[in-house]
Design a protein around this ligand. Structure first.
Ligand code: NCD
Length: 529
């Protein structure tokens, strides 16, 4: 048994490091070869082989391939395989997801495979059931596999897609040139590619879709940040004129069920731009391979059926690979394999060690003689929070100061808020509260989360007794006034699941929702009052 992958959840493709994914692909090749050559000894090395080990499928959205390949993969392991019939479960009596899955965790179910329209659901459930397992003394921590969450990610599809690319390039991780064609806006399988393709040392991606179906800006930005070279084309026809056409094309279908009325009306025109036509045949290299996560639409397939019997067809093998790759994923998460892994493991970032509240010596910054003609008078005892939202518009500064005052519990008592203009022409906010204030470390942390880059002065007998400078914390969570703006996210109030919002700071100072991955500016994470 190995602990490297044991009990790990796979919510997004980045939950596994590049080394871990490369290891996964090598193992998938090993198992696929063994199954195709009926090598029982190798197969047994992968098999969990425990009739009490529970694997549970919960599909809250339609599925054929993902669900059935996982079910068949689970059966390979000779374990207990169950499926929740969601149409007759207590979810329909208004039970929360947390209560439902906690319960199932208690019945010797160790791995859950979950598909849902709710983004970030498996991340939340892995946290909740982990706590449940601890409180109830369960001898395992339930692991979750995201089998597709709304428009967010589909990490196991990503694994099987990449395994199929690798089979076709001789397991070469050095580079890839891939065309993504179709509904790049709504399709989660292509969204997972923004991080998934980091697997290759050098990546060139061509995005082929009309504006309405183009990949959201945030994913394109992420691809560029990841060092991919990205080109954009409005249709296959235009793409074929560019002269540097990829040998790997990944098609997706228009995701009609996720489209609004406005786009649906233009469906036929949009489909035309992303559907392969017979007249294109002479224009592509005969070694080109077409992939598709499937399903294809029976009347309007973006890969027409005349291509099925040609060499372009890689999508059938790709779908079959779904089963092999999912067998291996279950071997890894159960702890059956993984002890020969010696690469870099994916680790949770260390949020605790970063210092973002810095105490500064008041005398290091001697006070100039100030002219208080604007109305602010120095206070004898109390607190002054200065430099709030520096550089923003007065109206926005005032709105944010109201939030700071309310969240820090400063609404009672004397004092006020002020907007002033510095000699640099920039506006800033000041909150002052005369009286006895004792701020604990938790309060300072809250202040940093609410007002990064401000200063806090504790004043006693007319002197600045203590002074702190706040910086943006690496993680902002635990405030009832926080909210993710994505209505499909598990942590959005609309989900009704009572999930507290949580954000991580990105390298460029924005805030990414810990559940659905949506990126926000600092202001956007605070609920509009
Ligand atoms: C994909 C999905 O569900 O996101 N299908 C799949 O898992 N094989 C793509 C799709 O539905 O078009």
């Amino acid at each position: 048994m190995s602990d490297v992958f044991k009990s790990r959840s796979l919510n997004v493709i980045e939950d596994f490091s590049i080394d871990e994914r490369r290891y996964f692909f090598r193992k998938t090749k090993e198992l696929k070869d063994a199954i195709l050559s009926s090598d029982d000894d190798v197969m047994d090395k992968f098999r969990i082989n425990d009739p009490d080990f529970g694997i549970y499928e919960v599909f809250l959205e339609n599925s054929t391939r993902t669900k059935e390949s996982f079910r068949n993969a689970a059966k390979f392991h000779h374990v207990k395989v169950s499926e929740l019939l969601t149409s007759s479960s207590s979810i329909n009596k208004g039970e929360s997801y947390a209560d439902t899955f906690n319960m199932l965790s208690g019945y010797q179910n160790v791995i859950f495979i979950v598909r849902s329209t709710v983004e970030g659901l498996t991340k939340w459930l892995s946290e909740e059931t982990g706590e449940y397992a601890k409180r109830n003394g369960l001898p395992y921590r339930p692991a979750f596999i995201n089998a597709g969450d709304g428009k967010h990610e589909h990490p196991t599809q990503e694994l099987l897609d990449e395994f199929s690319f690798l089979e076709d390039n001789g397991m070469d991780f050095s580079h890839i040139h891939l065309a993504l064609v179709g509904d790049l806006y709504h399709g989660r399988t292509v969204h997972s590619k923004a991080d998934g393709l980091k697997l290759f040392d050098s990546v060139k991606v061509d995005l082929i879709a009309p504006d309405e179906l183009m990949m959201p800006e945030s994913y394109i930005d992420r691809m560029k940040e990841n060092g991919f070279s990205v080109r954009i084309f409005p249709s296959i026809e235009e793409y074929l004129k560019c002269g540097d056409v990829a040998l790997m094309w990944y098609f997706t279908r228009p995701q009609l069920e996720r489209m609004g009325e406005r786009i649906l009306q233009k469906e036929a025109i949009l489909r035309e731009a992303i559907t392969f036509r017979e007249e294109f045949m002479p224009l592509i290299d005969p070694n080109t391979k077409f992939y598709h996560p499937l399903p294809r639409h029976k009347e309007h397939p973006t890969i027409p059926t005349f291509l099925d019997k040609t060499n372009f067809n890689a999508w059938e093998r790709q779908a079959i690979n779904g089963m092999y790759s999912r067998m291996v994923l279950l071997s890894l998460i159960s702890g059956k394999i993984g002890d020969d892994f010696d690469g870099h493991m994916q680790k949770e970032p260390d949020y605790e060690s970063e210092e973002y509240i810095i105490e500064v010596q008041p005398e290091d910054h001697p006070k100039k003689d100030k002219n208080y003609s604007e109305g602010v008078r120095p206070i004898r005892d109390g607190i002054v929070i200065d430099h709030i939202c520096k550089g923003e518009e007065p109206k926005d500064i005032r709105t944010h100061m109201r939030l700071i005052s309310s969240v820090l519990g400063l609404d009672d008592g004397k004092g006020g808020e002020w907007v002033s203009k510095g000699s640099d022409g920039k506006y800033k906010g000041i909150i002052f509260r005369p009286g006895e204030y004792e701020l604990k470390r938790a309060d300072l942390k809250r202040l940093a989360a609410l007002a990064p880059n401000c200063t806090l002065n504790l004043i006693k007998d007319g002197k600045v007794e203590k002074k702190y400078r706040t910086h943006t914390p690496p993680r902002i969570y635990n405030f009832s006034d926080l909210s993710c703006s994505n209505e499909a996210c598990i942590s959005h109030p609309l989900s009704g699941e009572g999930v507290p919002a949580s954000f991580h700071r990105t390298h460029d100072g924005k805030f990414e929702c810990a559940y659905c991955g949506r990126v926000h500016t600092f202001k956007e994470i605070w609920k509009k009052n």
